[in-house]
Write a protein that binds this ligand. Structure first.
Ligand code: ADP
Length: 772
């Protein structure tokens, strides 16, 4: 009854050895069993409540371990969690465990208390814990080694996720193993749930943390982005300022080119005028000063031109015009142009080529500029020996080598000679002159054309410069307008053709033409007036466009010389107006300017049909007279000698040179002028008429001539009995033997190849004229 009423300890006290005694004992055993089962159930219920009460991992395991200690009569309980790599059981929480025993266990060395539990995946109960156990725990009486221990593997699916360890210094409570086995599934599920929940919680927290960081980063990025926007705005502004500065610089340069060249041109031109007028009128020493002024003026002008070239290249304003031309012909022209300096030093210029027809598509003016500099330097820095210019094609490039036997360049200076204003050493400029800009410009031009220049040199042994240019220049900014430019002779920095023996104004029919000069520069006016009046023409002067209009209302001039940079209405607009008015639409106009002409401006000038464009600084008196002359008498082919009768000329042999290339003409004249009188003709037709008029002692006939070629001109001359006795020597660039034979087969007396080599030249002439 009492058991029924809840007293689980109530037992029957009947102990006699009779049937009731046996029954009473059985009942008592059953009651004990019921009591034990009831206790186990209540422990299980209690543990379930405990393990469900906490969510936080730490709190959960603490509560669970406490309940296990209580229900199993342990003194120590600890839990170990499997790490992510499943290699280590990490100590997590314990009750009653010594600090030194709070360690983790590797699953790779499975031994001792944990080993069997993990291997068997079953709860392990060990009664006599070995002395060397790692489990030591504190009691009020000190530190003890347990006597009994239980190891409980917690399994999720097939994986061990944790291990719980219980230990006691005496014995576990009865039926503890049954209790533990009963609750193991529930406990494992709950542990898995708590660990999973906490893992998710942790991930969530991490995620939140990451989100917070991302938000922080985002706001930082927003700040940076607004800073960048501000920087961009500043950069944009700086760029605008730079563009503006660059525009101003370009304007400044363009104006400076005008402002500097104009006065310099005056200095050069007027010193020229004075030298002519004062010749034999002032003491020789003072007369010499004029020459110095002119020479230095020219040097300064060269320097300014170089500086402007460099600035234009650096400002990216250099325009490139592509045409196809023969490199060897160009070298020949340049050699002929520079020949006088070489002849002076008795240097031989030798040209060598793998192929006489080496064509290149590139900018002809820039190529000429580069080569003129390289060959010019070779001559300048060589005192004796020879200059060898060799060309060859290699793959898609043309290689041009200029090799001299000159002073060479010391090793330590080699890396710098392409730098601006760099000369091998200061004394070079004192001795040889120059500005140190030539190679810098040459290199920049070569680079612009997609090529390179390099140098090999040894002090005292000579130098070898190598220019390599692509055979076909390619760039998007390729401009090909050269073809229709032939009508305008631009630029006019060509060699000077001195019409020494030409003078047209002796013919009264040609006199008294009226030329309107429009220029605001006083010294330019004096210079041009002087030279035009010398030619026998009348000059009207207008200092600006309005004055020009006033004059034109009264008189339509035969020709005009026009400056471009003038106040108020500039030369471009003036030109446009006169072209739009019927009476002046066809008046030839020669534009004479110190301004750098851009491509656009050149187009405009061409559209308005100017006769010729001459850069003020680049031209000399005779050339200007020639230009004025060709403007007034475009058809003139008859060129008469200046106030001389033929007998005077006959004092020295008279040689007629028929040559259209000004460079070659100047070379031939330079060679001949000491011992011969030279008259010139620039095409076949002119050659024939001059031969008829002057019956020269010798004719030097270029073969490739415009209008009538040299062979046909020769045949024409030979048809006239009065001329057949005149020896005619062919001058030609064709070096091929069979061409030489063809030319000789026509009957020419001899043949001189170009480039002209002085000794050979005179040998042939002497042979033809004097048979020696
Ligand atoms: P410069 O106007 O002084 O000739 P460059 O730029 O053309 O200027 O040449 C720079 C320097 O390089 C020259 O002053 C000279 O010292 C050296 N140099 C150039 N070419 C040669 C050469 N063929 N032989 C020796 N030195 C040379």
């Amino acid at each position: 009854m009492s058991f029924q009423n809840g007293n689980m300890d109530a037992r029957s006290s009947y102990k006699f050895k009779n049937e009731f005694g046996v029954l009473s004992k059985s009942i008592n055993t059953m009651l004990s069993l019921v009591q034990e089962n009831t206790i186990l159930s209540s422990k299980a219920v209690n543990l379930s409540e405990v393990i469900l009460s906490e969510e936080d991992t730490k709190e959960f395991f603490r509560a669970t371990l406490l309940a296990l200690i209580e229900h199993t009569g342990s003194q120590m309980a600890a839990v170990y969690l499997m790490n992510e790599e499943e290699k280590l059981l990490e100590y997590f929480e314990s009750i009653g465990l010594d600090d030194t025993a709070k360690i983790s266990f590797s699953t790779e060395y499975l031994e001792g208390l944990f080993g069997t539990a993990i291997l068997s995946r079953k709860l392990q109960y060990i009664k006599d814990v070995p002395e060397n156990s790692r489990f030591i725990f504190n009691t009020v009486n000190g530190r003890f080694i347990p006597r009994e221990a239980i190891t409980i593997p917690i399994i999720s699916g097939t994986q061990i996720i944790a291990v719980i360890s219980l230990a006691t210094i005496s014995n576990f409570a009865p039926r503890s193993i049954d209790f533990l086995n009963n609750i193991l599934i529930t406990l494992s599920a709950r542990i898995e749930g708590v660990l999973g929940y906490n893992r998710i919680k942790r991930l969530k927290e991490e995620q939140e943390q990451q989100n917070r960081e991302l938000i922080a980063q985002k706001s930082e990025l927003t700040i940076q982005s607004s800073e960048l926007t501000q920087q961009n705005a500043e950069l944009e502004m700086q760029k605008k300022q730079l563009d503006e500065a660059s525009r101003l610089k370009t304007n400044f340069l363009s104006n400076m080119s005008h402002e500097l060249r104009t006065p310099l041109n005056s200095v050069i031109a007027l010193s020229g005028v004075l030298s002519r007028r004062l010749m034999n009128k002032i003491p020789e020493e003072e007369y010499g000063y004029l020459e110095i002024i002119e020479r230095n003026g020219k040097n300064l002008l060269n320097l300014i031109n170089d500086v402007l070239d460099i600035s234009r290249i650096e400002a990216g304003r250099e325009e490139i015009e592509i045409t196809k031309f023969n490199v060897n012909n160009m070298i020949e022209e340049i050699s002929a142009l520079l020949q006088p300096q070489a002849v002076h030093k008795e240097l031989n210029i030798v040209q060598e080529s793998s192929d006489s027809n080496l064509f290149i598509s590139s900018d002809i003016d820039k190529c000429r500029h580069i080569l003129q500099n390289l060959i010019g330097n070779a001559i300048k820095f060589t005192e004796s020996g020879r200059i060898l210019i060799s060309t060859k094609i290699s793959e898609d490039s043309i290689q041009i080598k200029v090799k001299d036997t000159g002073i060479g360049i010391p090793k330590e200076h080699l890396p710098y000679i392409f730098d601006e204003f760099r000369q091998a050493d200061g004394s070079t400029s004192r001795r040889y002159g120059g500005t140190g800009l030539g190679l810098a410009i040459a290199k920049k031009y070569a680079n612009l054309l997609g090529g390179t220049i390099s140098v090999e040199s040894e002090s005292g042994e000579g130098s070898e410069f190598t220019l390599i240019l692509p055979q076909n220049y390619s760039a998007e900014n390729k401009i090909d307008e050269k073809a229709d430019e032939a009508e305008i002779k631009y630029p006019i920095n060509k060699p000077i053709v001195e019409p020494v023996n030409k003078k047209i104004n002796s013919d009264s029919e040609n006199m008294d033409k009226t030329i309107l000069l429009v220029d605001d520069n006083e010294s330019a006016i004096i210079q041009i007036k002087d030279l035009v009046e010398e030619m026998g023409h009348k000059v009207l002067i207008a200092k600006d466009a309005l004055e020009a209009f006033e004059i034109i209302e009264d008189i339509i001039p035969d020709a005009m010389v026009l400056d471009l940079m003038m106040p108020d209405i500039d030369g471009f607009r003036l030109l446009e107006s006169i072209r739009n008015a019927e009476p002046t639409a066809h008046v030839p106009v020669l534009v004479l300017t110190a301004k750098h002409i851009t491509k656009e401006e050149l187009k405009e000038l061409k559209r308005n049909h100017i006769h010729q464009l001459i850069q003020k600084g680049d031209v000399n008196r005779k050339e200007l007279q020639n230009a004025v002359n060709s403007m007034l008498f475009p058809e003139a082919v008859e060129i008469k000698l200046e106030n001389r009768d033929k007998k005077t000329i006959k004092d020295k042999p008279l040689v007629l040179v028929v040559e259209d290339n000004p460079d070659n003409m100047i070379t031939v004249k330079a060679l001949l002028s000491d011992n011969y009188k030279v008259i010139e003709a620039v095409n076949g037709k002119e050659g024939i008429s001059m031969a008829i008029s002057y019956k020269p002692d010798l004719i030097l006939m270029d073969i490739a001539l415009p209008e009538i070629n040299g062979i046909d001109a020769y045949i024409e001359i030979q048809k006239r009995p009065e001329l057949t006795h005149i020896p005619v020597i062919a001058l030609t660039a064709s070096a091929m033997n069979h061409e030489r034979e063809t030319i000789l087969a026509h009957g020419f007396h001899a043949f001189i190849g170009k480039p002209i080599i002085a000794k050979q030249f005179f040998d042939v002439i002497n042979e033809v004229l004097y048979g020696k």
